[in-house]
Design a protein around this ligand. Structure first.
Ligand SMILES: C[S@@+](CC[C@H](N)C(=O)[O-])C[C@H]1O[C@@H](n2cnc3c(N)ncnc32)[C@H](O)[C@@H]1O
Length: 203
């Protein structure tokens, strides 16, 4: 039943919202500097594919769900694996770029997932992110806390009240750039994007 709800209602709505032009613009902005060996975590329906710079010809992608087809056409060769972000089956220091968009909100153990990113990044590798999260406005943040238990059920495990920049900074990563944009309803449309490096790497 939950699977049917995901497939027929939630996923099409989510793709529509996360695939609209203002969100695609944010994706292009944050992914413009992706380079080298790339890992995308929480690949979903491949909405990032159209937003990678032209130099990217191949990448690894993981998700807990099987690959959804069709996904947007691109010249990028994808090595897809079903895998949990909390336990990546890649050796230490494997990737120059790790990309994750709109996924930390629904990963049950966000801290483990970020430590895994730190582990698989090469020295001087970069983590590119775009997430929605907790508002910096105290009234909206309180509303998000209130609504989250209901939203979490309706939105298949997504949380609207995670303090994204704080969680990222607490897990062995240093923010190199970060930006906040409002695209949609105040309680769910506050988007945090940026680039982080491993602690100790030059920013
Ligand atoms: C909201 S969708 C975002 C998809 C895509 N990244 C985008 O920006 O459109 C979240 C994706 O994260 C995946 N996901 C959730 N928990 C995960 C986990 N623990 N490990 C890997 N992927 C996960 C879901 O299956 C889903 O495809």
């Amino acid at each position: 039943m939950q699977n049917l709800y995901w497939k027929i209602l939630f996923q099409p709505l989510m793709n529509r919202r996360l695939g609209n032009e203002s969100v695609q613009r944010l994706r292009r902005e944050v992914l413009a500097q992706v380079y080298g060996e790339v890992l995308e975590i929480g690949f979903g329906s491949g909405l990032n594919l159209a937003c990678y710079p032209p130099g990217i010809r191949s990448m690894n992608a993981i998700d807990i769900l099987p690959l959804q087809t069709p996904h947007p056409a691109s010249g990028i060769r994808i090595q897809y694996q079903i895998m949990s972000a909390e336990k990546l089956a890649f050796p230490d220091a494997s990737f120059d770029s790790v990309v994750r968009t709109f996924t930390l909100c629904s990963i049950p153990d966000a801290e483990s997932a970020l430590r895994e990113i730190t582990r698989v990044l090469k020295p001087q590798g970069r983590f590119f992110f775009l997430e929605h999260g907790k508002s910096q406005n105290r009234c909206i943040a309180a509303l998000q806390n209130l609504l989250n238990p209901f939203y979490n059920i309706l939105a298949c495990g997504c949380n609207i009240n995670r303090d994204m920049l704080k969680i990222i900074a607490a897990c062995g990563l240093t923010l190199q750039t970060s930006k906040v944009d409002q695209c949609g309803l105040p309680f769910s449309g506050l988007y945090f994007s940026g680039i982080a490096v491993k602690k100790g790497d030059p920013c």
